[in-house]
Design a protein around this ligand. Structure first.
Ligand code: TRP
Length: 358
């Protein structure tokens, strides 16, 4: 962890030293051996893997071993629906879609509406229901196959999660939960149980099938504390330990941290129109920054320039190349992507209604 960075599921701020997180969380870097294994299935490598956007893992090798033996894994990820989706959220979801396509895997997607309500007493139930639907449109707009997607909205589909969550919660203790998440006296008591709710989907397929079904979780590394607790209880319950593949977080339009929804000017939402995107990007102070510290370069790196050669040219031109030009090009790309995204998103209303069982 860097000197001034904070990272946990509910707070990400300051400079994050991603290599130190590997040490601190006890995960493994994704090395060339693993990347070579991936290449076998895909021909090429997804740019998120080539560039180390997804850079750390636990048991990815085990999941691939099982896959090779014919034991297919389920993919599990999720979203806390308390506001609109921004570009940072799309990073792991785009990679998740690639995983689904490559391994023909089922995706379980959890909406932790309960988590968001207990985090923010001002938020209404209508609001989280609204954002669940809106966020689901963004997810499905990315091209997931509906037949291979299952939604779990914790408040709505509690019969799917509660029984398994209780199994998890019975095998853990307040001290463990506190040690991992650092709750204090101002925390809602519901949070003592919540980690079990986020753990449960890891085991749901194993429960249903009555055999160990491996589970792979693509997610931001900020979610890792949940998986440490989940992996502990997996052993006690006789389920396979869920595997993780972790990504770095897209920084906000200023520097550092992740693109946070709580500071609207610093995030680009999928619903932002062309003028808003232009205004937000033009406002970024890029003077005197190089590719390492310029947040706009990170946007090319994480999302908007898939060609490595073209990306290198952007980095090399940085400084010499006028920032205004770089901004104009990024504005055009973001707006193109978002315009297409919004068309696909509108087309997903009935799909999402089905998947949510509304
Ligand atoms: N807690 C996550 C959030 O606030 C949502 C979530 C639930 C999730 N299950 C997950 C994220 C599994 C990644 C993987 O966004």
């Amino acid at each position: 962890m860097a000197d001034n960075g904070v990272i946990n599921p509910w707070t990400v701020s300051g400079e994050i030293d991603y290599n130190k997180l590997i040490e601190r969380f006890g995960t493994k870097p994704i090395d060339w051996k693993l990347l070579d294994r991936f290449k076998k299935y895909t021909g090429g490598l997804h740019f998120h893997l080539r560039r180390g956007v997804f850079y750390s893992h636990r048991d990815l090798d085990v999941v691939l071993d099982e896959f090779e033996k014919g034991n297919r894994f389920v993919i599990y990820t999720g979203r806390g629906p308390s506001g609109p989706v921004h570009l940072g959220h799309l990073v792991p979801w785009i990679f998740t879609r690639y995983l689904q396509q490559t391994f023909d895997a089922k995706l379980i997607f959890q909406f932790t509406d309960d988590e968001k309500l207990m985090l923010n007493p001002e938020l209404t139930e209508e609001e989280v229901d609204h954002w669940t639907f809106e966020n689901a449109l963004d997810l499905m707009a990315l091209g997931f196959e509906q037949e291979k997607v299952e939604f779990i909205v914790n408040r709505r589909h509690s019969e799917k999660v509660y029984r398994v969550a209780l199994k998890v919660a019975r095998r853990t203790t307040v001290s463990t939960v506190k040690a991992i998440f650092g709750f204090d006296g101002d925390t809602s008591p519901a949070f003592m149980f919540f980690p079990a709710m986020q753990a449960a989907p890891c085991f749901i397929e194993s429960e249903r099938e009555g055999r160990p079904v491996p589970c792979l979780i693509p997610a931001g590394i900020d979610q890792d504390p949940f998986w440490r607790m989940t992996r502990d209880t997996a052993t006690k319950l006789g389920y396979p330990k869920p595997a993780q593949i972790h990504c770095r977080l897209l920084p906000g339009l200023s520097e550092g941290g992740k693109m946070s929804s709580s500071v609207p000017g610093l995030a680009i939402y999928t619903t932002d129109g062309p003028d808003i995107v232009e205004e937000k990007i033009n406002k970024v102070n890029t003077q005197g920054r190089g590719p390492e510290t310029c947040s706009l370069y990170q946007y090319y790196y994480f999302l908007f320039e898939e060609s490595d050669e073209a990306l290198t040219r952007i980095a090399e031109g940085c400084g010499a190349r006028a920032c205004a030009l770089c901004k104009a090009q990024l504005i055009e790309r973001v707006n193109n992507v978002l315009e297409n995204h919004r068309v696909r998103r509108e087309g997903k209303r009935s799909t999402v209604t089905d998947l949510l069982n509304l």
